[in-house]
Design a protein around this ligand. Structure first.
Ligand SMILES: C[S@@+](CC[C@H](N)C(=O)[O-])C[C@H]1O[C@@H](n2cnc3c(N)ncnc32)[C@H](O)[C@@H]1O
Length: 295
């Protein structure tokens, strides 16, 4: 390993960074402008790069997120622009995207809504991996929305962005009852919970906190999804690993069926899914005359 990178990994480990070697290598690849795999071909960092590298390592040791230092977050097949003002997409959210793709298999020209869009990661990944999907994404925070607009422009995929609040009863009114899948990775941390410095100091507060039990925005997502989805349409909501019972509980009721919870790649509870219940067949559809009672 390049000596500067070995020293940086030790510095980051001492600072409590969770993946010190990975981050030390990513920062070296970033300052050199090469893929991480190319680092194995180098003995030392050239002097100008070494000075810049030392600065970035110190910022990472101060727990500035790696993705804010490189300006890029990898998500599924995409590289997205991120920085101050927007939530950094996380690998565990890729499970939500996979669920949406699996659920939409066989649906022609599917209509998808991603609530709480942040950088646009979920919406863009679905548009990328499901050509022909009509994808809408909703975000409340104007700073996050500006990052999403930048990503939609630079990735060049057909995602329609909306400034809006998931709690608005008129949100996306023209799509009511027509949507095949709603996804959401909402804020879900209970007020007062302890979180890593990278998160609490650098992710926007609106992306994190959601009331005393962390479910305030989840409840709004469920209400809005019930209005937007067609009968049989699917809802997928990411949640904290300790919410594998409480989020499914929000969905128990007459509007939902097939409520289930799936783990992330580390085996922790992560995504609650459900289907919008189909209304019971009317007497006419059962072959009875209007007004005639079923025996
Ligand atoms: C945890 S982040 C997820 C961002 C993105 N979906 C992702 O997975 O990377 C939650 C996002 O929801 C947005 N948000 C919070 N409350 C909202 C609301 N009431 N309506 C719409 N968006 C909201 C936040 O601004 C933030 O961008």
């Amino acid at each position: 390993m390049i000596p500067e990178v070995r020293a940086a990994a030790a510095r980051l480990a001492a600072a409590g960074v969770a993946s010190p070697r990975h981050d030390a290598e990513e920062l070296a690849a970033h300052v050199l402008g090469v893929p991480r795999s190319r680092l194995a071909l180098l003995d030392r960092l050239p002097a100008p790069a070494a000075a810049r590298y030392a600065e970035l390592v110190e910022q990472r040791a101060a727990r500035v997120p790696l993705q804010h230092l490189t300006g890029i977050a990898g998500f599924r097949r995409l590289e997205l622009a991120v920085g101050p003002g927007v939530f950094v997409p996380r690998p565990e959210t890729e499970v939500l995207v996979q669920w949406a793709l699996d659920t939409l298999g066989g649906v022609d020209d599917p209509l998808v809504v991603d609530l709480c869009a942040g950088s646009g990661a979920v919406a863009l990944a679905i548009a990328d991996e499901l050509p022909g999907a009509r994808v809408h994404a909703v975000e409340l925070d104007p700073y996050a929305l500006a990052w999403a607009e930048r990503n939609v422009r630079s990735v060049g995929l057909p995602v329609t962005l909306h400034a809006g609040d998931v709690a608005d009863p008129d949100l996306l009114a023209p799509l009511a009852g027509k949507v095949d899948v709603v996804t959401a990775n909402p804020p879900y941390i209970p007020l007062g919970a302890t979180v890593e410095p990278e998160v609490v100091e650098h992710d926007p507060p609106a992306a994190l906190w959601a009331g005393p039990d962390g479910l305030d925005v989840v409840r709004a997502v469920v209400r809005t999804a019930a209005r937007l989805l067609r009968p049989g349409g699917g809802l997928g909501i990411e949640h904290a690993d300790v919410q594998g019972d409480s989020v499914p509980a929000v969905l128990h009721g007459r509007e939902w069926t097939d409520v289930a919870d799936s783990p992330d790649l580390a085996g922790r509870p992560r995504v609650t899914t459900a289907r919008r219940r189909r209304p019971p067949a009317s007497p006419v559809r059962r072959g009875l005359a209007p007004g005639q009672e079923e025996k």
